[in-house]
Design a protein around this ligand. Structure first.
Ligand code: SAM
Ligand code: SF4
Ligand code: SF4
Length: 338
C-alpha cells in the first residue's frame, strides 16, 4: 500500500469536473469577479478516466465528483458511467449544490452513481439569496428530495457561520428528518477563496453540540471506526447527524484524500499552495508508468497537515490574500473542489 511520510494511505480522490458555479456562496466565492480556468485546459472525460485508472492502481478506491458545481459539466453521467464500472472502486459519490439535481438524478443513478451529498446552509429564502447571491432554495429542496427518493437517503452539508445561520441548526435537522437526509455541520474554514473568513465567524463543534443538546435534551456520540471526516451523533429520538470540525479539531492525522482539479492539477492538501501538473504530463504523452511514478513520488513525500498548521498559528487572517488569489485560480476552493 502506498503511504505518505505520516503513514497515511492514498485512498480518497476528490475529482473536480469544473471550476464554474451557478451560486456565489459567501464563504467560498465572495468576490464580484473571478478568473476561470482556460477551457482548453479542462481534462476530457477520456483523460480523467485514464488518470483515475492510474490512481486506482495505486490504492484509490473512493471517488467523489465535485467542483465548482459538478452538474454544470455537460454530460456528467457519461463520465460517471466511465468511472462507475472500474474494478475495485468502493464508492462513487457526488457533492452538489442541488440546483440541477432533480433534472439529472435519474440518469446519474442509472450511470452508476452511488451516493449524493447536497450543500444546504439555510431554509430561508431571504438568507439563501444573501448567502449565495441567488435564491435557488426551491430548486435545491426539489433536488434534495429527488436524490433522497432515488438513493433512499441523502447527506446535507451545512457550513455554519456565526450570526448568519447558526440559529437554524435545529430547523435543518428537523427538515432532514422529513426528507430522509442526514445533516452534517461543517465548521467554517479559512480555505483559499474564503477571503472574508475570521475566527469570530467560526462556530465550533463544541458550540454546535451544546446548542443541540440544549434543544433536544441530550446528544450521544455514535462510536464507529472510519476515516470519514464527520463525527456522528445521535439525538434521543434516534436521529443521526454529523459534525466536520475541520477548523477547531482537524483530522489531518488520518487524512487519505487528495484533489484533482478540472484542469488536471493534483493537490495533496486543501491548503497546499503547489500542485503536481498531471495534465501537462498526460498531454506530453507520458506513459502509465510515468504517471504512476509522478503520483508515487508525490504521495510518498507528503507531509501536509494544512488545517493543523493553520490551527497552530492561533489568531490569524484568511489563508490567501485577495491579490494573490486573483493571480492563481488554483488556490480557490471552487477550483480545488472543497
Ligand atoms: N458546488 C458544490 C457544493 O457546493 O456542494 C461542490 C463544490 S463545494 C466547493 C464543496 C463543499 O465545500 C461544499 O459543501 C461547501 O459548503 C464547502 N465549502 C466551501 N467553502 C467552504 C468554507 N470556507 N468552509 C467550509 N466549507 C466550505
Ligand atoms: Fe457554493 Fe459550491 Fe459554488 Fe462554492 S462551489 S459557491 S460552495 S455552490
Ligand atoms: Fe487533509 Fe490537508 Fe485537510 Fe489536513 S488540511 S485534513 S491534510 S486535506
Amino acid at each position: 500500500m502506498l503511504v505518505d511520510q505520516l503513514q497515511r494511505p492514498l485512498r480518497n480522490l476528490r475529482l473536480s469536473v469544473t471550476d464554474r458555479c451557478n451560486l456565489r456562496c459567501q464563504y467560498c466565492m465572495p468576490e464580484l469577479d473571478y478568473v476561470w480556468l482556460p477551457r482548453e485546459d479542462l481534462l476530457h472525460f477520456e483523460e480523467i478516466s485514464r488518470l483515475v485508472d492510474v490512481f486506482m492502481s495505486l490504492g484509490v478506491n473512493h471517488i467523489r465528483l465535485t467542483g465548482g458545481e459538478p452538474l454544470l459539466r455537460r454530460d456528467l453521467s457519461t463520465l460517471v458511467d466511465m468511472i462507475a464500472g472500474k474494478e475495485g472502486l468502493n464508492d462513487l459519490a457526488l457533492t452538489s449544490n442541488g440546483i440541477l439535481l432533480a433534472d439529472q438524478i435519474d440518469e446519474l443513478k442509472a450511470a452508476g452513481l452511488r451516493r449524493v451529498t447536497v450543500s444546504l446552509d439555510t431554509l430561508r429564502h431571504d438568507r439563501f439569496a444573501k448567502l449565495a447571491r441567488f435564491d435557488e432554495l426551491t430548486r435545491v429542496r426539489r433536488g434534495i428530495e429527488a436524490a433522497a427518493r432515488v438513493f433512499g437517503g441523502v447527506k446535507l452539508d451545512t457550513v455554519v457561520i456565526r450570526g448568519v445561520n447558526d440559529d437554524e441548526l435545529v430547523d435543518l435537522i428537523d427538515y432532514g428528518k422529513t426528507v430522509n437526509a442526514e445533516v452534517r455541520f461543517i465548521e467554517y474554514m479559512d480555505v483559499g477563496g474564503a477571503t472574508n473568513w475570521s475566527w469570530t465567524d467560526v462556530v465550533s463543534r463544541k458550540d454546535i453540540l451544546e446548542q443541540l443538546a440544549r434543544h433536544y435534551g441530550g446528544v450521544e456520540e455514535v462510536v464507529e471506526h472510519s476515516s470519514a471526516p464527520a463525527d456522528r451523533y445521535r439525538l434521543p429520538d434516534g436521529t443521526v447527524f454529523g459534525i466536520i470540525s475541520s477548523t477547531t479539531e482537524p483530522f489531518c492525522a488520518s487524512c487519505d484524500r487528495s484533489r484533482l482539479t478540472a484542469d488536471g492539477m493534483w493537490y495533496l492538501c486543501l491548503y497546499a499552495t503547489r500542485g503536481i501538473d498531471l495534465r501537462a504530463a498526460l498531454r506530453a504523452g507520458a506513459s502509465i508508468d510515468e504517471l504512476k511514478a509522478m503520483i508515487v513520488s508525490g504521495w510518498t513525500a507528503r507531509t501536509d497537515r494544512g488545517a493543523e498548521s493553520r490551527l497552530a498559528l492561533g489568531e490569524r487572517r484568511a489563508f490567501v490574500p485577495l491579490s494573490t488569489l486573483k493571480k492563481n485560480p488554483h488556490l480557490e476552493m471552487h477550483t480545488r473542489g472543497g
